[in-house]
Design a protein. Structure first.
Length: 190
């Protein structure tokens, strides 16, 4: 009996999916599901109780966004970095929809006493963070990408350097700047 051939690598499946092999998408999801779910869990970990999405729902919504449109992912790290962007985008869209629903119901009317009371608003915090990241992207696109790959994709410095094709010292420099900039930006917004 001949030995079983090893399963295809994620990168090979991504290229097969891009090449039009529809079944490759399902194999990509099967192979990467647990890691993708951990990214979703991470995104939801520090959110308030106001979030009604489960990690599974968040991940499935993000997967629906890419199911019909294969991307040109270069490798495994690029795939996970891109998926973390889709997961983040899904979470932000959910927060916007909740905020819009509250405004239309009148339940989201904010008074000065409400603000003074310090009532936490997950949607407002998430949207403020997303807006700050968008401003950072305009100011320093690579720095914003390094920050995203660190916090949203969970890549380490070496992986980020490989994905972006830059030196480790460039990644470190970008992280120092973007962390300081983001901290200042969010403090000014309060």
């Amino acid at each position: 009996m001949p030995p079983a051939s090893p399963p295809p690598a994620l990168t090979d499946l991504l290229h097969a999916w891009k090449g039009g092999e529809g079944a490759a998408f399902h194999r990509v999801v099967d192979l990467a599901y647990e890691q993708l779910k951990q990214i979703a869990v991470q995104r939801l970990r520090h959110r308030s109780q106001a979030v009604t999405l489960t990690p599974t729902e968040l991940l499935h919504d993000a997967l629906l966004r890419i199911a019909d449109a294969p991307r040109d992912w270069k490798n495994r790290a690029h795939f996970f970095a891109s998926m973390s962007l889709f997961i983040r985008s899904t979470l932000v869209d959910h927060a916007r929809a909740r905020a819009a629903a509250k405004r239309s119901d009148g339940a989201g009317d904010v008074t000065l006493s409400f603000v003074d009371a310090g009532e936490p608003s997950m949607a407002a915090e998430l949207l403020a963070f997303d807006q700050a990241l968008r401003r950072l992207e305009a100011l320093d696109p690579r720095g914003a990408e390094v920050l995203h790959l660190t916090y949203f994709a969970g890549l380490d410095r070496e992986q980020i350097a490989a994905v972006l094709g830059v030196s480790l010292s460039s990644v470190d420099r970008d992280l120092r700047f973007t962390r300081a900039w983001l901290r200042e930006e969010l403090e000014l917004g309060r």
